[in-house]
Design a protein around this ligand. Structure first.
Ligand SMILES: *[C@@H]1O[C@H](CO)[C@@H](O)[C@H](O)[C@H]1NC(C)=O
Ligand SMILES: *[C@@H]1O[C@H](CO)[C@@H](O)[C@H](O)[C@H]1NC(C)=O
Ligand SMILES: *[C@@H]1O[C@H](CO)[C@@H](O)[C@H](O)[C@H]1NC(C)=O
Length: 216
């Protein structure tokens, strides 16, 4: 049994800590809008929390894209790149995505897809003996193929730019604030999906009824 006085003190401490802003509020809301802008109130909004070096995130991407294409404009898609701590190189990959976006905003999705295609070499086991400098250099080389080779120096210094570190942390914190503890995680019109294995037909079975209700 805990001393009631101790309980009170802990409670007091929690309250005084909670009064201050725990995390900085970012100037822009996190997330990358896929292709078309969100049509607020008219399209169904899907938020996807994806880890670029997670195989389940990779496998979920194609059916989601197919659903997006099928609904052309009635479905809006926002991706949040979130690193899972058990994927050793994930934060670096997520930071690469933020650097890519900063230098060439059209390159975010091409780079995400490139990570999905080549993620195997960044898994924890095959990179066990590699230094972070080697991983950073390798990801830079990979990223430049879609960001544009002319950004070579800028991309390298992007890894020393604290704003890209901050942006990657904010994506992570945004995921935490929504209770994301694994990837992929999906939210539809703000509500979490309990099933993260969503194939094309499941997307249709989720989105179709929402659109028909929205019309009435
Ligand atoms: C920006 O990225 C896009 C997509 O990869 C690419 O087509 C375009 O050439 C890049 N822009 C520059 C200036 O390299
Ligand atoms: C980035 O920082 C690392 C270590 O802090 C340093 O070794 C490297 O030279 C820096 N790179 C650039 C391009 O500034
Ligand atoms: C999740 O959805 C997939 C199909 O998209 C289905 O095969 C699986 O059984 C579902 N899992 C749960 C727990 O509902």
């Amino acid at each position: 049994m805990m001393n009631p006085l101790l309980c009170l003190m802990i409670l007091f401490l929690c309250f005084s800590l909670c009064k201050s802003q725990l995390h900085p509020i970012p100037a822009k809301i996190d997330g990358f809008v896929y292709k078309k802008p969100i049509v607020w109130g008219e399209s169904v909004v899907v938020e996807a929390f994806l880890d670029p070096v997670c195989s389940d995130s990779r496998d979920s991407w194609l059916p989601l894209k197919q659903a997006f294409d099928y609904y052309s404009g009635q479905l809006s898609l926002v991706v949040h790149p979130v690193p899972m701590p058990y994927h050793s190189n994930s934060f670096t990959a997520c930071r690469s995505l933020h650097i890519a976006n900063k230098l060439n905003s059209s390159s975010f999705y091409p780079l995400l897809e490139l990570f999905f295609k080549t993620q195997g070499k960044y898994y924890s086991a095959p990179t066990y003996g590699l230094s972070r400098a080697i991983i950073v250099a390798d990801m830079t080389k990979l990223a430049l193929t879609v960001v544009g080779e002319s950004f070579s120096t800028a991309f390298q210094s992007g890894f020393n730019d604290s704003s890209t570190d901050r942006a990657a942390r904010i994506s992570f914190k945004y995921g935490c604030s929504r209770g994301v503890a694994g990837t992929p995680s999906f939210f539809v019109n703000g509500m979490p999906l309990s099933n993260s294995t969503v194939d094309y037909n499941t997307w249709k079975s989720i989105v179709d009824p929402l659109l028909s209700k929205n019309k009435n």
